[in-house]
Design a protein around this ligand. Structure first.
Ligand SMILES: [Zn+2]
Length: 131
């Protein structure tokens, strides 16, 4: 065990059985990707997150690497909104524009905690397999 990696005594560091699916499922549920027992966010509706897992001390985003995933997933959602723009022609342009902008902002806001959880899970997954 690398020093400073974990203070966990209940859960072994590194992968747990059935881990790949479990890691991302835990991230999607906004739980620690390693132990799955503790939350990532103190309050997800205010986007206030713990720096590390309160249970197993896994640092959630020590180098801010989740920013790239957040950026790319926001770009993906923007692409989804462009597809909606192409596939659903407007009948009333003013209402359509307002609806599309509000829909996009709601989509970004509502999915943000889940995307952050997935980003942290992906980060954990990458570092887990690297070493
Ligand atoms: Zn944990």
């Amino acid at each position: 065990m690398p020093s400073g990696e974990a203070r966990c005594t209940r859960f072994p560091p590194g992968p747990t059985p059935g881990s790949v699916r479990q890691i991302f499922w835990r991230g999607l549920r906004m739980k620690c990707p390693r132990c799955g027992a503790a939350p990532i966010f103190r309050r997800w509706w205010t986007y206030t997150e713990y720096k590390e897992c309160p249970r197993c001390a896994l640092p959630y985003d020590p180098r801010g690497e989740s920013l790239a995933f957040m950026y790319l997933s926001t770009a993906f959602l923007t692409g989804v909104m462009f597809i909606v723009l192409i596939l659903v022609p407007p009948t009333d342009l003013a209402t359509y524009r307002i609806g599309l902008v509000l829909g996009a902002l709601a989509l970004y806001g509502v999915t943000m905690p889940f995307r952050k959880g997935l980003a942290i899970a992906l980060n954990y997954f990458n570092h887990r397999t690297a070493g």
